[in-house]
Ligand binder design. Structure first.
Ligand code: 5AD
Ligand code: SF4
Length: 423
């Protein structure tokens, strides 16, 4: 979501006649887009701000803005800590930044900044479709910083995606903190509202658009209707990012995730019965306050049971202002968190390796996304990263025979190249 916000701001700057500079030395404005999901993310922003401060000391006319989730409703604290920052902007509130650069006073952004679409810098693009989050999981800062769920109108999204494909995008990833919440707030009753499947159906009609992805999923909102749309629509990739957060019902309830393991299992079973080859990744938090060795073992057990393709693991990080910060004590030591994190990592690496090995020798349609150091890369339908050594055309879907597999990526050769070699 932050990448999408940064790209939108960059597109707005371009429209106002500003160009991107290679280094900060040549810039008239620096914007640091921040994330607050864990302390580590904030620490990275602080170190960037240290660099900016030095630059501002050298060049007092440099304009400095801080935007994103570190900017809460009250900026007093930030202002005291970083007096050299000229303005602070909450997530997707571009107005203070446009004012700082004395941009178009008739177009200061506004909610979702509908007049400005980002310029794709390759064949893939992110498209936020629902902003904010209403779930208030106890550990999470997002609802406090990104506000309540608000969906964008379907026709506006279709226009944006059409524009993106006219500018070279071939794949879009529809974004929401809980993306299946899309549409629920658009009409008076959720029964008459469009859902994510309806949006996917509309987007599927765009001829230049080849692939549609979506994230992040929330088990309770993943209806059979949406899942059937994913299964039925050929352009929608069968690839899910479905956070479980914990394998212990006790911790899930403490976290107020709104589901028990039984319901999560039913959703995974439904996905896999409709789409046996679907890729499913998850997020897990280790060291939530009060997490016992038994709770942690439950998390290891579910990872063994569900065999996700990829697991994003995070050590619990207390976020001031959240329910957990107000009502619990961050009582698992840093050493214990780190040990649990490593145990999850080892297990998920092994499962990832085994799952990828099963793809050895198979042919996968890969959308080529770009190249780095003479190597091309792209993704399979289920979201696996594939490296290719021979030149392929960026933006095309190429059939690739998988020749090597690792825990996190695959390597292969296009069918066409292999056929040419055997002739
Ligand atoms: N501490 C650790 N991890 C967190 N996440 C969200 N909030 C916290 C926190 N306070 C993780 C969740 C979420 C992912 C984006 O970040 O696993 O799914
Ligand atoms: Fe945070 Fe996701 Fe829970 Fe929303 S659903 S509060 S974004 S963890």
């Amino acid at each position: 979501m932050n990448i999408a916000d940064s790209e939108k701001l960059a597109a707005g700057f371009t429209r106002l006649g500003l160009n991107e500079t290679k280094t900060m030395d040549d810039a008239t404005i620096v914007v640091i887009n921040t994330c607050s999901i864990r302390q580590h993310a904030e620490d990275r922003a602080y170190s960037q701000l240290g660099r900016v401060r030095l630059q501002k000391e050298k060049r007092p006319d440099l304009k400095v803005a801080v935007m994103g989730c570190m900017v809460g409703p009250k900026t007093g604290d930030l202002k005291r800590r970083f007096p050299f920052v000229d303005t602070f902007a909450r997530p997707q509130d571009f107005e203070p930044i446009i004012e700082l650069i004395e941009g178009d006073e008739n177009d200061l952004g506004g909610e979702f900044w509908p007049t400005t679409w980002s310029i794709p810098n390759g064949p893939t693009a992110y498209v936020p479709v629902v902003h904010g989050c209403d779930k208030f999981c106890t550990y999470c800062i997002v609802p406090y910083r990104r506000g309540r769920e608000r969906s964008r109108p379907v026709n506006e999204i279709v226009r944006e995606v059409n524009w993106l494909t006219n500018n070279g995008a071939r794949e879009v990833t529809l974004l929401g903190q809980t993306v299946e919440a899309f549409g629920r707030d658009l009409n008076d009753s959720s029964e008459d509202s469009p859902d994510l499947g309806d949006l996917m159906r509309e987007l599927s009609d765009l001829p230049e658009l080849k692939r549609i992805r979506f994230l992040t999923s929330y088990p309770k909102h993943m209806t059979e209707r949406i899942l059937k749309a994913v299964a039925d629509l050929p352009k929608v990739m069968e690839c899910f990012s479905l956070p479980i957060q914990s394998g212990s019902d006790r911790i899930l309830s403490e976290m107020r995730r709104g589901y028990e393991l039984k319901e999560f299992r039913e959703k995974i079973n439904l996905v896999r019965s409709l789409m046996p080859d679907a890729g499913i990744s998850t997020d897990i938090i280790v060291g939530y306050p009060g997490e016992t060795e038994k709770d942690f073992q439950d998390s290891l057990d579910v990872l063994g049971e569900f065999r996700f393709d990829k697991v994003h693991i995070a050590a619990y990080s207390e976020r001031p202002g959240t329910i957990a910060a107000r009502t619990t004590t961050d009582d698992i030591t840093a050493e214990e968190k780190s040990e649990r994190l490593q145990r999850v990592e080892a297990l998920s690496e092994q499962i990832g390796r085994e799952k990828n090995e099963a793809l050895l020798g198979s042919t996968q349609p890969v959308l080529i996304e770009g190249s780095r150091d003479d190597q091309f890369y792209g993704r399979t339908c289920s979201g696996k990263l594939v490296h290719i050594d021979v030149p392929v055309r960026i933006g095309e879907i190429v059939d690739v025979v998988i020749e090597h597999t690792g825990s996190y990526s695959l390597r292969g050769q296009p069918v066409d190249t292999l056929e040419a070699l055997t002739i």
